[in-house]
Design a binder for this molecule. Sequence first.
Ligand SMILES: Nc1ncnc2c1ncn2[C@@H]1O[C@H](COP(=O)(O)OP(=O)(O)OP(=O)(O)O)[C@@H](O)[C@H]1O
Ligand SMILES: [Mg+2]
Length: 715
Amino acid sequence: MNKDLLKRKIAGVFLITLVGILIIIASIAVIYSTHKNAIVNQAKEQVITTAETASRGLETFFLDKRKNMDLYFNGILNYMENQDMLKNQMENILRVYYETENTYLQQVVYLTEEEFKRKEKFIEIRQKSVFGSYEYKEDGIFILNMYKPLYLSGYLSGYVMACINLNAVYDDILYPIQIGKNGYCTVKDRSGMILMHGVESQIGINSKTDRKKKYPDLNPEGIDRLVENQISGVSGTELVKSYWWDKVEDGKVKKIIGYTPVNVMEDFWVISVIMDYDQIEEPLHQTLTMSILVGFLLMLFFGFLVFYITRDLKNKQQMQMEWKYERKLYESESKLEKQEERAEQYDRLQTMGILMGTIAHEFNNLMTPITIYCDLLASRFAKDEDSAEEIAEISSAALGCSELSKQILAYVRKETQEERMLPFDGAAAAKTSMKMIEKIIPGNIKLNYQISSKPIFLLGNPGALNQILLNLCTNAYQAMKEEGGRLEVIFQHIENGEAELKIKDNGCGMEEETLKNIYDAFYTTKAPGEGTGLGLAVVQRLVSRHKGKIQVESTPGKGTAFTIIFPVLERKKLNKSKKDTVYEEVINKKLKVMLIDDKPEVLRALKKGLNITNWKLECFTNALPALEKFKKNPEKFDIILTDLSIPDMNGFELAAFMKKRNPAIKIIVMTGCLEKDINEYIGKNIIDAYILKPLNIKDIIEKAAEFSLPGSNCI
Ligand SMILES: Nc1ncnc2c1ncn2[C@@H]1O[C@H](COP(=O)(O)OP(=O)(O)OP(=O)(O)O)[C@@H](O)[C@H]1O
Ligand SMILES: [Mg+2]
């Protein structure tokens, strides 16, 4: 992996992690704030409900106290016979009352009418007990005065004043009402004066005015608004930042305060329930910490999970890759083995080819005297019809043999085809080939061929065309051999001076994959031993040597059609009559011809065959004596007719030597098989022509006649 890719990968992972963390933080924040709001609202509900409960508790308490007082003193008054009796027993009456209610009472006092009026100027009192004024005592206690008028026989005998200690009331009724660790209740009057408080020092302070004076350095937040709301007589909750008044040194704290009015006498007081806000936040903080911890653990867990899964996947991928690699290796090894096998087979074929080539070459040499003597005998027994016929039979058999050897040579010496690029009639060659192919095609295949009746002149050779047809038709009938079918071969002229050869079958056809490879040497779909995979490779090579183009169309299950387009040669019309005249002239010319061949029988046959001419012949079985002769007088000879493979040096070397000394001399090379660079030698003017063995006298005279035609260096 390159560095850039690695960097980009790390940056990607980092970015994804960052986005993941941000999403988790945002989710926690949203959950936290929703949860917090719910809890704060719940706490507010709780404080206000508690305040209302406390308010009702206090009201009930005061009502009870009044009822008790009425009950006690009304009962006493019922037993009193007169004023004196009442006054005499007053001390006892008050003591008993005090003893029954002493938990709350500071004192119980008897007041005369004057004394009462002095104390409570604004209270209208009838039969029942009422609450009067409340007053602050020095020792941090508020006293609420409760009065009971004493009516005996319709006359007012004075008042009983019961002083209720509000601190005792607080301890009994309000102190137990505590929300949370630091929670407490307070009661203030509608001027803001604190009447009851958990911290004694706060009792008697006016929360609206005195606190600021008492604590000038402190700055509680939200208190003013709270007090204003409280004394307006409504219920509600507030969040304030204030102090725990018994430990102001601890600093500001956040409080939730629920408040509601308490009805006392004609007036109302305000009861507040205070709760520590931090106590609400504490579980929230715990939840937050837990959430973060759980989130972090989850991330860690998923991180590890992803890490292990990707590692596992990577391992699997790597294993798969290794497995694929091994499979490929195995495949290529077995492919290599197969190719080696084929190469061996190809080698064997090549060796066989060389062997066959040598045999065919020798065969040609041996056939040369037969054909030449046949010509001689034919002219000698021209008048004897029977003999002439027999000689013609021998000659035709010899020609057949030579044709066969030519084909063998053409087949086995594929690389020499190019050099044998001669104009020939493709239509005629194709007809001959098709006749041969017709014989080898199995019976279940119907062959139908249409070959142009006009000649199709191509530059190449009939052997190659035969091979093209043979290979393509063989493939076609092999593709149809199971089911049978129809094989169509069409060879005709088309536009643009071209000819089209079409070989069409309705056999098994080919898949896309097969089509891609068909021209590869050794590519075959046939079972081992059934095909070498060389057929189409050879066809392609031969077609391109004929400057043609090959195309294929195939549909699996339907069939295949190969189309080859050949360029057609414009036939150079030779003036036949002129050619014939020149032929006659050449025979009669007194040409000096040197014949060189290592086979004496060939030389003998040539000598005899050329007896029909006026030529002066000198024969050599070896190159050196021939050269010696030539060197003495290079201008002496008109034509040198030499075999290509002669002892001491080959025909080309000999020709080069001679041409150097006499460029006008005409050299014809005789050969049993075509050498690769023979055309090159002609091009370089080292030799002038070649004749393929087995040759006949006519070939030689025709070549000599060509040299005498206009345009060539006349002999
Ligand atoms: N007419 C056709 N129909 C179906 N498949 C064909 C046809 N011609 C060629 N092929 C396919 O192309 C492959 C290659 O053909 P090619 O002639 O090069 O080799 P071959 O026929 O397998 O072997 P060889 O020709 O050496 O006997 C064949 O194995 C066959 O799969
Ligand atoms: Mg084939």
